[in-house]
Design a protein around this ligand. Structure first.
Ligand SMILES: C[S@@+](CC[C@H](N)C(=O)[O-])C[C@H]1O[C@@H](n2cnc3c(N)ncnc32)[C@H](O)[C@@H]1O
Length: 208
């Protein structure tokens, strides 16, 4: 196990995903459920899929899903969870760094990413790259933590990696229509304390 790995690189995430304890709840993310429930299931890509909660939910709704992450340990865990959920036949995997993502000719009816926070404003370029993977008529859903009081305990680097939905608008290519650009309030329980957070939420549709 690599101690003090640089926080935004794969070894740090591989370390978090070592051992047997789940890092995330396993539940689908709120904004994914809200927005994807309105869409007709097709082919989806979930970038930064972590332990696979969103992948499983999408597969259960009838989507064919590619789960993508740069952490090999994360993808191993996600694959185990997908198997336990009995949806392996609807899922495949892609080990990729979102910061250098290239669609390589693949396209998806839904490209979704939740709580991916590359450093130094990198989410804008990531969003630009993910646009290329959206099929005409398809949707892009990018959700992250907006800065706020719940995160004051984090390092400057982590707080600097947070963003609001409006930051991502310059990344939308021609032919993308923004449908949702807002911070959505949500209550979470952390260390037995209830606190308010905001999900920075961008939903856009590719019209051409
Ligand atoms: C905060 S977790 C969120 C996991 C999942 N989306 C969820 O909401 O439960 C962020 C995930 O993104 C992955 N990740 C972080 N930076 C990445 C990058 N540059 N490229 C691909 N995956 C990345 C991490 O390995 C981790 O699994």
């Amino acid at each position: 196990m690599q101690r003090n790995a640089p926080p935004f690189e794969p070894p740090a995430w591989d370390e978090r995903y070592t051992g047997t304890q789940s890092v995330w709840s396993g539940n689908a993310n709120t904004q994914l459920v809200v927005e994807a429930s309105r869409l007709t299931p097709g082919i989806a890509l979930d970038v930064g899929c972590g332990e696979g909660g969103d992948v499983i939910w999408l597969a259960q709704q009838g989507w064919r899903v590619t789960g993508a992450d740069f952490s090999a340990n994360g993808l191993d865990r996600a694959a185990r969870h997908v198997e336990e959920a009995g949806v392996t036949d609807r899922v495949d995997w892609w080990q990729v760094d979102a910061r250098t993502f290239a669609a390589d000719g693949r396209s998806f009816d839904l490209v979704t990413t939740h709580f991916l926070h590359p450093p130094d404003g990198g989410i804008v370029d990531v969003t630009r790259r993910l646009c290329e993977a959206v099929a005409p008529g398809g949707h892009l859903l990018v959700v992250g933590h907006a800065p706020g009081e719940a995160f004051t305990h984090l390092s400057e680097g982590h707080r600097g990696a947070m963003w609001v939905a409006e930051d991502l608008l310059p990344a939308l290519g021609d032919g993308f229509e923004p449908l949702v650009v807002e911070q959505r309030p949500r209550t979470v329980t952390r260390n037995e304390k209830r606190m308010k957070v905001e999900d920075a939420t961008l939903l856009a549709r590719r019209t051409a």
